[in-house]
Design a protein around this ligand. Structure first.
Ligand code: NAD
Length: 238
């Protein structure tokens, strides 16, 4: 029996009520947004690890902002984001900074690594909307200091409380869906080990967490997610 059919059968049997969806870059790969570690992960020959750091920003804020402007210009939702959003009471815990779960309509989203569509003053720490392209790069705050993308860079701490809240929800959920994450970026990757019930991964490749999940579905997010979400909704009439 293939994994998707087995997962649907398990959902029909268990009828999970509380659902947490943990997502990584792969859920947005079907929107044409490159993952960091997959094909097409390079931008102008730079690796993400050389751009998404406080050191890179200190060295060359213009280069880092150009990369974020480019990333903001290419994001759009796909069938996976939209299917997840149709499960109105699910909690979405995402490592992505593309804001696509919110844009698709998910109401309950923890963005562990921040959001591309917000900027933050490096001096005053105040955040602001950055939905529109800036007239000038790198952008500055009225106070004269640089603005930076309001995202968590490699080596930085997660937003206070976000990880603890996600951990409790993952632990207590009836079902954990893990979509499009390589499972190598901590602490987010560690969330999966907190869950002991039914868990389903959707990822075309085996990941570091495939073996921790009850079912690992080898498929693209946009192809398999709608089927899984439909089974959850059918089981509990929602
Ligand atoms: P990653 O790049 O390490 O891994 C991506 C995973 O997605 C891989 O396991 C790959 O096999 C899988 N994948 C590729 N195409 C897929 C598809 N169509 N459907 C489902 N899965 C697919 O990404 P990560 O695990 O999220 O961790 C890296 C960090 O990268 C995170 O901190 C995240 O913030 C950041 N990131 C975010 C974005 C974004 O916001 N869209 C994009 C790139 C990287």
């Amino acid at each position: 029996m293939d994994a998707i059919k087995a997962a649907v059968d398990a959902i029909r049997q268990e009828k999970p009520r509380s659902v947490v969806v943990l997502t990584g870059a792969g859920v947005s790969a079907d929107s044409g947004i490159p993952t960091f570690r997959g094909e097409g992960g390079l931008w102008r020959n730079f690796r993400a690890e050389d751009l998404a750091t406080p050191e890179a920003f200190a060295r060359n804020p213009l280069l880092v902002w150009e990369w974020y402007e480019w990333r903001r210009s290419i994001v759009r939702t796909n069938a996976a984001h939209r299917a997840i959003a149709s499960l109105a009471d699910a909690l979405v815990v995402t490592q992505n900074v593309d804001g696509l779960h919110l844009r698709a309509g998910s109401q309950n989203v923890i963005e562990l690594h921040g959001n591309l569509f917000r900027a933050r003053c490096v001096r005053e720490e105040i955040t602001r909307d950055a939905s529109n392209p800036f007239a000038e790069l790198p952008p500055h705050c009225e106070c004269g200091a640089l603005l930076r993308p309001d995202v968590v860079w490699f080596g930085e701490m997660l937003p206070e409380g976000a990880f603890a809240k996600a951990g409790i929800a993952v632990r207590d959920a009836d079902l954990l869906l893990v979509i499009g994450t390589s499972g190598v970026v901590f602490p987010a990757a560690g969330l999966v080990s907190l869950h002991h019930g039914l868990s389903i991964e959707i990822n075309p490749q085996l990941s570091a967490i495939s073996s921790s999940c009850t079912f690992a579905i080898a498929a693209k997010a946009a192809d398999a997610t709608p089927t899984i979400i439909e089974a959850i909704r059918a089981g509990t009439d929602r």
